[in-house]
Design a protein around this ligand. Structure first.
Ligand code: MRU
Length: 371
């Protein structure tokens, strides 16, 4: 998507790769919305750490990062012994897969890369196939988001008020995003609508990332406190909800997404407001049989007990965040501890439809995609 940096509008992808430097290129999301910076990560272990520490986050973006990280690790191998190379790649894959547990996209992305690599008969061939497969995954992620936009745009009519949760925008993918794809497609058709971004405590991806994205694209929006959604729905101020997902079970239609998604789905159901989930095909888990088995990431309690922000806003033309001083402030009682589950699971009966690159499906009809 286009980002205006120092007065100049330029297109960026969230995740990329520098072949010459064997480096994964990432938009440093922890600095947004106060500073826009792309960082080069030069080693697969550092790439895994960038996923864990949320330099990059969002299911599709960490999927592409894992795919590039696998290629990066494979390309760093020196030697011609294929069995030693395969043992090394196993370690790389495991390290990247363990970086974050809930999203299935990194797992699916690396399965694709390994399958492509298997066609090579030498280390050099497999290294080259790894990079082209990672590139293919990233390009396909963009194509899937574009497809979601095409199928989802008719849902966004003039004057609508749309609620979204967390960030399922281009920062959560390689480009365009899923929940935002229908919004961007509707905007390009000239439709006028308004978006409510749930703040999404504890890390505030809605307030910091989705709001920043929408501002960059000139889409009217308000950030709302997570607890405000029910009130707005009750007063008839929300017409539609669209969220993303980190793992959709193809066999049951259950949807894992950022903590608080389930609450919004219950509220939308109560108020008869359509609730859609937008996903690329890499977010579907065809194996798992129950949402209770989805590994739910438990993050540090510090995220709940306090918040990150800037002491004062950066002045236009200043050096951005460096001048604005990003810092952590403690909010909760000093002696209290916290629980911090990062995701929840929404059951299919609360979901109106799943927007995919191949069309909109009822949650229990996803198996049609296999055909
Ligand atoms: O913890 P995050 O920021 O990686 O969580 C992201 C979300 O929950 C998104 O809504 C989700 O990844 C779906 S869109 C990729």
């Amino acid at each position: 998507m286009n980002v205006t940096v120092r007065g100049r509008k330029r297109p960026f992808r969230t995740v990329g790769f520098d072949t010459a430097k064997n480096a994964v290129l990432l938009v440093e999301q922890r600095l947004l919305p106060h500073e826009f910076k792309v960082v080069a990560i030069r080693d697969f272990r550092a790439t895994a750490a960038a996923i864990t520490d949320m330099v990059v986050r969002g299911a599709g973006a960490i999927g592409a990062t894992a795919a590039y990280g696998l290629a990066q690790g494979a390309r760093a191998f020196r030697g011609k012994d294929l069995s030693k190379f395969i043992a090394h790649v196993d370690v790389v894959q495991r390290t990247l897969a363990e970086a974050r547990p809930t999203a299935v996209d990194p797992v699916n992305a690396m399965i694709d890369v390994r399958a492509a690599m298997a066609a090579g008969t030498t280390v050099a061939e497999q290294q080259s196939l790894a990079l082209s497969a990672a590139q293919h995954f990233a390009d396909e992620d963009v194509a899937h988001c574009r497809g979601i936009g095409i199928h989802g745009a008719p849902l966004i009519r003039d004057g609508m008020r749309v609620l979204t949760h967390c960030n399922a925008g281009w920062l959560a993918f390689v480009d365009i995003g899923t929940a935002t794809a229908p919004l961007y497609a509707a905007q390009s058709l000239g439709r006028k609508f308004h978006v409510f971004c749930d703040e999404t405590r504890p890390r505030c991806q809605g307030a910091s990332l989705t709001a920043w994205e929408l501002a960059q694209q000139g889409i009217a929006h308000d950030v709302i406190a997570d607890n405000a959604a029910g009130h707005l729905m009750q007063r008839g101020e929300v017409d539609l909800v669209i969220v993303g997902s980190d793992r959709v079970l193809g066999r049951t239609g259950e949807v894992a997404n950022k903590i608080g998604t389930y609450t919004k789905a219950v509220l939308a159901h109560r108020h008869k407001i359509p609730f859609y989930v937008a996903i690329p095909l890499s977010t579907i888990d065809w194996q798992m049989a129950s949402g209770m088995d989805i590994p739910i990431e438990e993050r540090s309690g510090e995220e709940v007990l306090g918040a990150w922000g800037v002491v004062r806003a950066a002045k236009p033309g200043s050096r951005g965040l460096a001048a604005a001083k990003r810092s952590y402030v403690r909010i909760a009682n000093p002696t209290s501890t916290a629980r911090n589950p990062g995701f929840d699971v929404t059951p299919p009966e609360l979901i109106t439809g799943i927007i995919t690159p191949l069309g909109i499906f009822k949650p229990h009809q996803l198996s049609k995609l296999l055909r």
